[in-house]
Design a protein around this ligand. Structure first.
Ligand code: SAH
Length: 222
């Protein structure tokens, strides 16, 4: 399927459509030029099935199969901005690779990205998508990301793209001094939290209301 995918995109994925998306992100308060530039040059259509690729540059979450979604560009921009706002980051951990869209945005702004996904076919698809884009600074793991990825930590930042009811302790422990965790928390009502590590203390800020798929425990055998 990927072999048929066109990186540059034609027609509906034209530059004009992408510029419209950028305008929308700026209207909603995204101000980091670095983040906006990366979103502008990321071919979001390759992360979607053929039948949905004409909607790739709309600012909406869309289905990617297995009851999961590709994140809304605004939310990806907001989370990424929260992570890089106080300077460059080296090592980032992502929980919930999905199709790899957020991974690809982060991988262009960090030295290395470690990403964990519990649904094997999604992880395999993400690997193909990210290879097609030519990103090589990403390590993938199949498994339950609620415990982080201890062997690779500590991390300068952790992004969780699925919502737990409570923030897992292990993610906090795997943050570097000054490290940031961006995580949606809750069930029907979710809030996006930004946690910053200060020694043994964790400063917490609520960014805004969001809607993510739930963070589930355990990995699926496929
Ligand atoms: N980051 C993606 C969004 C993925 S949706 C994007 O940019 O579009 C959230 C993903 O989290 C789903 O693929 C889901 O399978 C995964 N997920 C849910 N619980 C998980 C867990 N405990 N460990 C790892 N991945 C998990």
């Amino acid at each position: 399927m990927n072999s048929k995918k066109n990186l540059s995109g034609i027609g509906m994925t034209s530059q004009r459509t992408r510029e419209r998306l950028l305008g929308r992100l700026m209207d909603q308060g995204i101000s980091s030029m670095e983040v906006l530039d990366v979103i502008r040059s990321t071919p979001r259509h390759i992360f979607l099935d053929e039948a949905l690729s004409h909607r790739a540059y709309e600012d909406v979450a869309l289905p990617i199969g297995h009851n999961q979604t590709i994140s809304q560009p605004y939310v990806v921009a907001r989370m990424t901005e929260a992570i890089i706002k106080s300077g460059p980051v080296d090592k980032v951990l992502e929980i919930g690779t999905g199709c790899g869209y957020q991974t690809s945005v982060m991988a262009r702004l960090a030295k290395s990205v470690y990403t964990v996904e519990r649904i094997r076919p999604l992880l395999d698809r993400a690997k193909k998508n990210l290879k097609l884009i030519g990103l090589r600074n990403i390590e993938f793991k199949f498994g339950d990301g609620s415990n982080g990825w201890e062997e690779k930590g500590p991390f300068d930042a952790i992004i969780t793209t699925a919502a737990p009811q409570q923030i897992p302790e292990s993610l906090l422990r795997q943050l570097n001094e000054g490290g940031r965790l961006v995580i949606p928390v809750g069930g029907d009502q979710q809030e996006l939290h930004l946690i910053t590590r200060q020694g043994d203390k964790f400063k917490s800020e609520v960014l805004e209301a969001v809607r993510f798929v739930p963070l589930l425990v355990g990995q699926l055998q496929h």
